[in-house]
Design a protein around this ligand. Structure first.
Ligand SMILES: [Zn+2]
Length: 64
C-alpha cells in the first residue's frame, strides 16, 4: 500500500510523495501547514495493489 498527500491550497503543488506509513503522511501535512500558513487542507490518496496471481490461487482452492 502506498500513501500520499497533496496540498490543495491555490497554486500549491506540494506533495508528500508516496510513502508507506500513515504517520509519515500526517507528519508531512503538519510540517507543510506550519511552514505555509493557510495551507491547512490536504487530499490524501491511498493506493492499494491487487495481485492477480494470488487471486487465481484463492479461486482454484475454493473450487477444489
Ligand atoms: Zn501547500
Amino acid at each position: 500500500m502506498s500513501r500520499e498527500a497533496f496540498c490543495v491550497a491555490a497554486d500549491c503543488r506540494a506533495t508528500s510523495g508516496g510513502v508507506e506509513r500513515q504517520e509519515e503522511v500526517d507528519a508531512w501535512c503538519l510540517d507543510h501547514a506550519e511552514r505555509h500558513p493557510g495551507h491547512d487542507r490536504f487530499r490524501r490518496v491511498v493506493t492499494e495493489y491487487r495481485l492477480i496471481g494470488e487471486a487465481r490461487t484463492d479461486r482454484g482452492t475454493s473450487v477444489n
